[in-house]
Design a protein around this ligand. Structure first.
Ligand SMILES: [Zn+2]
Ligand SMILES: [Zn+2]
Length: 431
């Protein structure tokens, strides 16, 4: 927050620059007309959150709304994904707008009158569920955008594809089969970026750390690539008094953890992009005088460049296997199941879109975001721009994303509707 505040103080731009997207006249009235319903949708979705892969109710609500607007709607795309097409009155390109719909296994502690009391199965256990990442906002905003753009159909040069995506946060059911796809990747595998082929894609994320009325943006790498990591060190169990009779995976793991820290500090060129490697769990052994058979370590790798990400993974593997070999042990290294690519905003698309957003909010260039997004998958196929929608309330403290106290200022919802509409119209009508 301090960084954002400093950036804001340093920013000379005034709140609104009267620069809209071509064809955006009358937009304020249309956004104002839908605003209260966006708030109502958000509260309804918030009160009925659904875990990743379980978004049946939300998807049905979205599909019914899109059908009521006269759009061609496809349901069940990559799970509970919903896709709709709005064909403009004039020919042109295809722009996609994406919102994610899933909630998290969190017990809500906001005290809101529409707080969730939902419980659902998460990894085989009944767990409280909450929209702790604001995907309720994203879904409601995109429903609002669909209504606004449907009302301006004749002025649109091209086609708008609405993508309501399930399972952005991963998965909620165990076991995960090897190679199982979810979220953006599952929708892409089912052709969401084809027929018609998407030329550009936009998305946003609500933030409770950025003030309401501000849009945070970056060009190029924006959100981290993220890989979960598991290393199993296999030794040979023996008596703690006779270590020479076995192979010690505990001492091997200690050397490995230290050596792994040299991937970032000594081996990657962190003058180009930062990287983080953390081992967050280490488990092995059950009493003082037994050298165990094996040790398991779990960790996370964060990167901002795909080449660096691939290189870091190779080096992690090499260090783990070489350190194990030097001790007479063996290391099994695996990445995933949590894997997110780097969210990279297309430089040209960013440069032409940011000025348009200034008639919706103050735009502020933000530092790299350490969180991850599977919006990155769409950006591998078409140029994309993903931005942060400020929603920090002025008058109360709220938690960050994924906190049980996460909430945001609902005044951000209308700004979200306007900004995504401007991005779409600017792209299609500004060719
Ligand atoms: Zn999240
Ligand atoms: Zn999220």
């Amino acid at each position: 927050m301090t960084i954002i505040a400093a950036l804001l103080a340093a920013s000379s731009s005034a709140l609104a620059v009267a620069e809209g997207a071509p064809g955006a006249s009358g937009l304020d009235g249309r956004v104002a007309a839908v605003k209260q319903r966006v708030v109502d949708w958000r509260r309804d979705i918030h009160q009925h959150p659904e875990l990743s892969g379980q978004e049946a109710r939300t998807a049905a609500m979205v599909a019914a709304h899109l059908k009521s607007l006269g759009m061609e709607v496809t349901t069940g795309v990559g799970g509970h994904g919903v896709v709709a097409l709005l064909k403009g009155g004039q020919p042109g390109k295809v722009v996609a707008l994406r919102a994610d719909m899933d909630a998290l296994p969190i017990a809500e502690a906001t005290g809101l009158p529409f707080a969730s009391r939902a419980v659902a199965r998460h990894m085989g256990k009944d767990t409280p569920v909450m929209h702790g990442c604001g995907h309720d906002a994203h879904t409601a905003i995109l429903m609002g955008v669909a209504e606004v753009l449907a009302g301006m159909k004749d002025q649109i040069q091209g086609t708008v594809k609405f993508i309501f995506q399930p399972a952005e946060e991963g998965f909620s059911e165990a076991p995960v089969k090897p190679g199982q796809l979810w979220g953006a990747r599952a929708m892409i595998a089912e052709g969401v970026m084809d027929k018609p082929k998407v030329d550009a894609i936009f998305g946003l994320h609500i933030s409770s750390m950025i003030p309401t009325g501000v849009i945070g943006w970056r060009s190029g790498p924006t959100m981290a690539g993220s890989d979960s990591l598991r290393i199993q060190v296999n030794g040979r169990q023996t008596h703690g008094a006779m270590p020479w009779a076995g192979v010690d995976p505990i001492v091997t793991s200690a050397q490995m953890i230290t050596a792994l820290q040299t991937v970032v500090s000594r081996q990657l060129n962190i003058s180009t992009q930062p990287a983080v490697l953390s081992i967050g769990a280490i488990n092995g052994g059950n009493r003082e005088n037994i050298v165990p058979e094996s040790v398991e370590m779990l960790g996370t790798l964060r990167t901002y460049d795909e080449t660096m990400r691939a290189d870091a993974k190779k080096r992690i593997q090499l260090i783990a296997q070489s350190t194990a070999a030097a001790n007479g042990a063996k290391a099994e290294v695996s990445f995933g199941p949590s894997e997110y690519s780097v969210t990279v905003n297309d430089a040209k698309l960013t440069a032409r879109t940011v000025p348009l957003l200034r008639s919706a909010a103050q735009t502020v260039e933000i530092p790299l975001v350490t969180g991850s997004e599977d919006f990155s998958e769409f950006q591998k196929i078409a140029p994309g721009f993903f931005f942060m929608l400020g929603g920090k309330p002025k008058d109360r403290e709220v938690g960050p994303n994924h906190s049980p106290r996460f909430d945001f200022d609902e005044a951000a919802l209308g700004i979200g509707v306007k900004s995504l509409t401007l991005a779409a119209l600017g792209y299609l009508n500004g060719q």
